[in-house]
Structures are given as C-alpha cells and as structure tokens.
Design a protein around this ligand. Structure first.
Ligand code: ADP
Ligand code: ZN
Ligand code: ZN
Length: 727
C-alpha cells in the first residue's frame, strides 16, 4: 500500500504519513484531505513512499486526494524546501501559508466561475485582419468583430447573448491568434505610446536581453525619475514575445493600481494579474490559478507573490528592492527579494533589482562582482533636473513650533506661486538616545559600538544590542556640555503650526490611517493632481514613485533622530527615504527645492544628499559597518521570543544561549529586550547570533534549532529570524 508523506499547516517540523489505496509519484504536489488528531486538515503531498516507520495500528488513511487542479511543480516544492531550511521554519507551514486560502480549505475549489470571466480582445494580428474575408452572411462573426473593434473586449457570457455559436467563433479566432484572453477590465486597443528610450535605458535593456537565457542578478540603479519603469516594460515585452511569464514584485502600500494601469496600457493583449493584500479570497485564487495555468503572463504582486506557481517564468523584477516590506515580519520571516533571486537561479533566468538607493547588501554584492549594476544617472524627461537640496542649521534658528524661518518663507513663496509643498516628518524607529546638543557626541556602547538607549526611569543608558548598561553621564565627555537631553521630540505640533501659520492654505495630512481605506489613495492623488491641496503633510514614506507635477518644495523635519538611532540600518533607511521624498520635487518643468531642518548640517549623510551622491555615502557606511562588524560583513540571525512576562522570555533565551554550541565561527550575544519591548500585550526579547560565513551560520542554526525545540517547558513563543532587518 502506498504511503503519502504530507505537509500540514501545523507548528511541528516534520511531515506526516498516511496510507492510501492508490497513488503514484505523479500525485506529488497535489492537495490531500487527512485526519489529524480530532480534526481534519488539507495538506500537500510531498512524496509517495513504499513504507513508513509509523506502526500499522497508528497509521491513518488519507480521506481524499484533490485532483481538480494540477499538482504544485517540483520547482515550487524545491523553493519551499529551500525556504524551510534557510529560515528554519516547518516545511508544512511554509507550503500551506504560500497558498491561497481557498486551496487550504477542506474541499475542492470550483473552477466554473473562472471561465465566464475571461475577456477576449483583438491581438495585433487580429486588428489587421481583412474584414472582407468574413462571409457577408455570417452576421455573428461581423457583430463579434465590430464589438471587438469598438468595445475592445468581450467575455463568453456576453458573446453567448449574441448567439450560442459566438463562443465557437471566439474559440476559433483564439486558435488563429486573432484574439487573446485579457483581464476582466478589458483593455484599450490603442497603439501604446512608447517613448524613445534614453541612451542609458537602451544600454540597460540591451545588456539584460543579451543574457536573457541565463541567471544573473542585475541591479538597475537609477535616480528617481530616470525611467526604470520603461526599462521594465521593454524587458517584459521581450519576455511576452517569447511566450513566457514575468513576475514583478513591488513594495506594500504602494502603487499597484498605478503600475497595473501602466502595464495594461502597454500590454493590452496580455493577461495581467495583480496579487496584493487588498484582494479577497476568490480574487487571489483566481490570480493564482491563472498563473499556474500559464494564462497570466504578467504577475504584479507584493512579497507573497514570490511563491506563485509560474510554469513559464522568464524574468523576475523586484522594484524598490531596498524596501523593508519585502521582508515578512511575522511567522515565516522570509525575504521576497532573496527568494526571487533563488527562483531566478533555479530557472536560469535574469532577476532585476531596481532602486534609486539600493540596499547596502545589494550594493556590496555589486562591489564584489556577484551582481551586475546598470546605472541610470539622469532623469528621463528632458529638462527635468534633480532638486536642489539645502540644510537649515537649526542651531542658529529660533523655530516657531518646530518650523524655521527659511522653511516658512519657502512655503509662503510656494503658496504665492500656486505651487504645492510637502512637509515630511520622520518618526520612524524612534527610541530616545543621548546626544550632546553642542558637539553632536552620542552615547555609544563600549562593547559593541551600538547607540545606547535612554531609560529615564532609572537614569540608565542601556545597549539593546549586547545588553550592557551604564549610568547617565553628568556632562558631555567630549566637550563638557551639561545640558544633555534625549533627542527626537518636538515634531508633533507641526500640523497645528502650519494651520496657524497659513490659515487659508488647504492642508492634507497623509498617514497610514488615511491611506488604508479602499480607494483612499486614488482620492488623495486625484486631489493633489487637481490642485485641491496646497500643503501635504506626510509622516511615513509618502508617495514613492508618484509624479506630483506641481510639487516645488519638500521640507524635512525630525530626520536627525535617524542619524542617532540605535538601529544600525537607520542611516541607510533615512538616506533612502530622503532621496525618495526629495525625488518628488521638480519632476516636470518646475525646479524642485528640498529643505532639511537639522542640528547637524555637516553630517556625511546630509552632505551626500545635497550632492545626490549615493556612492559616497554607501561607501562611508560600508566602512563603518566593516569596522563595527555589522552586515553585510557578517550574517545575522535573531532568536525572537515573547511571553506575558519579560523574565520568562529572558530565562528562555538564557537557556537557549546555554544550549548553543559555541565556536570561533559564530558569535553569540546576550539576550536583550526588543526595541519595542511590549507589543500587543506581549513582552519581547531576543538573542543575536552572527558569523562571517553564511554557511557556518546556517550549520549552527540547523543544530541550534533542534536544540531550542527541546525547550518546551518555558511556554514562550519563539521564532528564528534569519537576516533580520528590524530589531
Ligand atoms: P523611476 O521609476 O526611475 O523613478 P519613472 O519610471 O517613474 O522613473 O519615470 C519618470 C518619468 O519619466 C515618467 O513620467 C516617465 O513616463 C518618463 N519617462 C521614462 N522614460 C522616458 C523616455 N525614454 N522618454 C521620455 N520620458 C520618459
Ligand atoms: Zn559635547
Ligand atoms: Zn553593546
């Protein structure tokens, strides 16, 4: 009797065996319905074996194998295995979490609803078809053709209303290549307008297409407005012409609808699906199935889309590759960017990482030759130049509610010229650190050079990296200043201040709340484009990738917090964020101006931004990271744990630390409370391990993971976070 080895969505790092009457290797990758304890669950068949170690009286039988859709491919299963091994997460959970909810339900999915929805549109060939070839008396054909020409697309349901025969005609035309299936929304059949590529764009496209049939990681490093999208479009066109599929990964909270419409306009005849968190279960299933069937040709999605089955995958693009949303922050903590590279390698195809400010990990890989870099140094639209960036030295200003005189003056000028301004308030990763207001000295841990966090209650400074604690200094050890204070308050009142300063201006605040509602973004963008807004206020990464043609001024407040953050990546993130925000200004004919309010105008980061010099800053930071022993020079993993009491968590981590096999290759730090100790009622702490070798770290983690699994008496929730980006 064959035995099925099944992956189930349960937090146990093992597969489960079930007996079945009949099965063969062809069934690997199919879903199967099985009894599990008191429950019944749906899992995926990972292997069909001839024997099992389960005693016959304990062995249960599978209830049913679902065969209504094809099995997951070996390639996809290999991706899951890699993912499970690398992130040390149970394979069953990896497999099941990647699948649409409807495929995890304990019943087969109904596919009928799908068929009706397919829209057909004329292809290039179809549009040029000679109408006189259609027999005059075949009114069905003529009517169909007229509809396709005018209304641009038709679905089978609509066709049936014309005549039962119409569906046959559509099938026939489909075979002849006159029509093709398109997305429900239909598409315009106008010739897409293609701009002439700039020479930088052509060089990039040529370089990548010349090596289309092999694996390479390309970094498309282009300043904001340099036209990276056009490069993607040309590459995708090439993929489509070869009959293959393209996967385009984009950050969360961003631009799916905008990008989707750009893609639809350009690839009217191709079926495009978008897979993002805003979809309901049916929509997600539909997109997933179309991808698996190979019908969907362009898949536009956020991080989860990296697990989509794509039998004809020919190209992967990761836009804004540095974006932290590509890293999942709970459960399976995978990096969609890194998995995208794995998939490309697996398939021998190119992967393109696009960014104006590549992550330092990526940049480092360019420097050491593992990735190939293509630069777009100029803006694509002729005449559009990069904005002028200036620092306002706040040490010599007397700000009114956080606003300096030069900034107020600049906003006034914008209002007078009926141009828009954007005030960007940085609040990210706020943890109070101690800074000398006179000389800029910052309290740093002697043991690990991480910045110390202020704990006002007990007047202590503590290191959230290695656990070291020390008392407050009385005065600045560098210059003797006695007025030492935690940095980073004072931007809260800005919105009020702006309203008071400019009572007649139309002010719009954009934050996570105001953009989370459905269609919120569309309305906001509409208002901005219709000039219904004078001053925009944004507290988080605002409108990356959008064109605001009338935006002339960007004011930046509170960015100093990030310079002195306890998170070693804060500087890199600030730079990215400021480059992106600055990139909003001066995109069209209007020259842009960026004003940064800061106490530290000479800081290398601000110097680099003023020069638009990514490389200078990246190299500076890399030197710092090398000295301090931070990534990309080391590989890290965090053991994260949480429970209702912090002591319990720390005890658990202590125990895990004792179990760890210490070696010269892997450094193990002490347990420390997390950056945000309390989250959703749980107390959190973590333990950092790192190594100069990814391989050695992995070997260590594999063994350690097994050992931690034996610590069941502590009753804490824990997870390994490999390549963590947040602490
Ligand atoms: P990025 O993503 O690199 O910041 P975009 O792709 O958004 O830049 O392009 C910026 C602007 O330049 C867009 O309005 C786009 O239509 C335009 N553009 C891109 N390529 C060209 C080109 N070759 N000729 C003219 N305009 C272009
Ligand atoms: Zn000082
Ligand atoms: Zn330390």
């Amino acid at each position: 009797m064959p035995i099925l080895r099944v992956a189930l969505n349960v937090p146990l790092d093992t597969m489960f065996d079930y007996a079945v009457d009949e099965a063969s290797n062809k069934d690997v990758g199919l879903r199967v319905y099985v009894p599990f304890g008191q429950k019944k669950l749906t899992g995926v068949i990972m292997a069909v074996c001839s024997g099992t170690t389960i005693p016959p009286d304990k062995l249960k039988s599978a209830l049913c194998i679902f065969r209504e859709i094809p099995p997951l491919s070996d390639e996809l299963l290999a991706l899951f295995s890699f993912c499970s091994n690398y992130y040390h997460h149970p394979l069953g959970m990896v497999v099941m979490n990647s699948m649409p909810v409807k495929l995890r339900n304990n019943k087969p999915v109904s596919l009928k609803a799908e068929v009706k929805k397919i829209q057909f549109a004329l292809t290039e060939v179809g549009r040029k078809m000679d109408v006189s070839l259609i027999p005059a008396r075949n009114t069905v054909m003529h009517r169909l053709f007229a509809i396709l020409k005018n209304k641009q697309s038709i679905n089978t349901q609509e066709a049936r209303k014309i005549s039962q025969r119409a569906v046959n005609v559509l099938n026939d035309w489909m075979k002849k290549g006159w029509i093709d299936a398109v997305h429900e929304a239909g598409s315009t059949m106008e010739e897409p307008v293609m701009p002439r590529m700039t020479s930088e764009q052509s060089i990039a496209v040529d370089a990548i297409t010349a090596k289309f049939d092999q694996f390479n990681t390309w970094v498309l490093h282009g300043v904001t407005g340099s036209g990276k999208t056009e490069v993607y479009l040309r590459l995708i066109a090439r993929v489509l012409s070869e009959g293959k599929q393209a996967l385009v990964l984009i950050p969360e909270i961003s631009l799916t609808p905008q990008l989707e419409s750009v893609f639809r306009k350009r690839f009217a005849a191709a079926q495009i699906v978008s897979l993002h968190s805003g979809l309901n279960d049916t929509e997600r299933l539909s997109g997933w199935l179309k991808s698996q069937q190979g019908k969907a040709r362009v898949i536009l999605g956020t991080r989860l889309a990296v697990f989509t089955p794509l039998p004809n995958l020919g190209l992967i693009i990761v836009d804004e590759e540095q974006d932290s949303s590509f890293k999942q922050q709970d459960g399976l903590r995978y990096s969609a960017r890194d998995l995208a590279i794995f998939r490309a390698k697996q398939r021998h195809i190119p992967v393109v990482l696009g960014s104006a400010t590549p992550s330092l990990e990526t940049y480092y890989s360019v420097l050491n030759g593992r990735y190939h870099c293509l630069r777009l140094k100029n803006r694509a639209v002729s005449n559009a130049v990069l904005p002028q960036v200036e620092c306002i030295d706040m040490r010599s200003e007397k700000p009114v509610n956080g606003l300096s005189a030069p900034l107020i003056k600049a906003i006034k000028a914008c209002l007078a010229h009926r141009r828009q301004s954007l005030i960007f308030i940085n609040r990210r990763g706020y943890a109070p650190v101690l800074i000398c207001p006179s000389c800029g000295w910052a309290a740093v841990c002697q043991r690990c050079s991480s910045r110390l966090v202020v704990h006002l209650q007990d007047k202590k400074l503590s290191c959230h990296h290695c656990g070291h604690r020390e008392p407050f200094p009385y005065a600045c050890p560098q210059c003797g200043e006695q007025d030492m204070a935690p940095l980073g308050r004072g931007t809260q009142r800005v919105e009020e201040a702006l309203t008071t300063q400019f009572p007649s201006a139309r002010i719009l605040r954009i934050d996570r709340d105001s953009t989370s509602r459905k269609n919120a973004w569309r309305k906001i963008l509409h208002a901005i484009h219709q000039q219904e807004v004078d001053i925009l206020i944004g507290t988080q990464l605002l409108a990356k990738g959008h064109d605001f043609p009338n935006l002339a001024l960007v004011g930046i407040l509170g960015s100093d917090i990030s310079l002195y953050s306890t998170d070693f990546r804060a500087g890199e993130r600030l730079f990215t964020q400021l480059m992106q925000v600055a990139g909003r200004a001066g995109r069209a004919e209007i020259p842009g101006r960026v004003l940064i309010q800061t106490d530290f105008p000479d800081h290398p980061l601000y110097q680099a931004i003023q020069q638009h010099d990514y490389d200078a800053l990246a190299k500076t930071i890399l030197v710092e990271r090398k000295i301090a022993g931070f990534p990309p020079y080391v590989y890290q993993a965090l053991l994260r744990a949480e429970a209702h009491s912090l002591q319990k968590v720390l005890d658990f981590l202590e125990a895990a630390c004792k179990l760890a096999q210490s070696s010269a290759d892997v450094e193990i730090f002490d347990p420390v409370p997390a950056h945000m100790v309390r989250l959703r009622g749980m107390e959190r702490a973590h333990l950092l391990v790192q190594s100069g070798s990814r391989k050695k770290l992995q070997a260590f983690l594999t063994q350690w993971f097994q050992q931690i699994n034996t610590l069941t008496s502590f009753n804490v929730r824990w997870v390994l976070d490999v390549d963590p980006v947040e602490f």
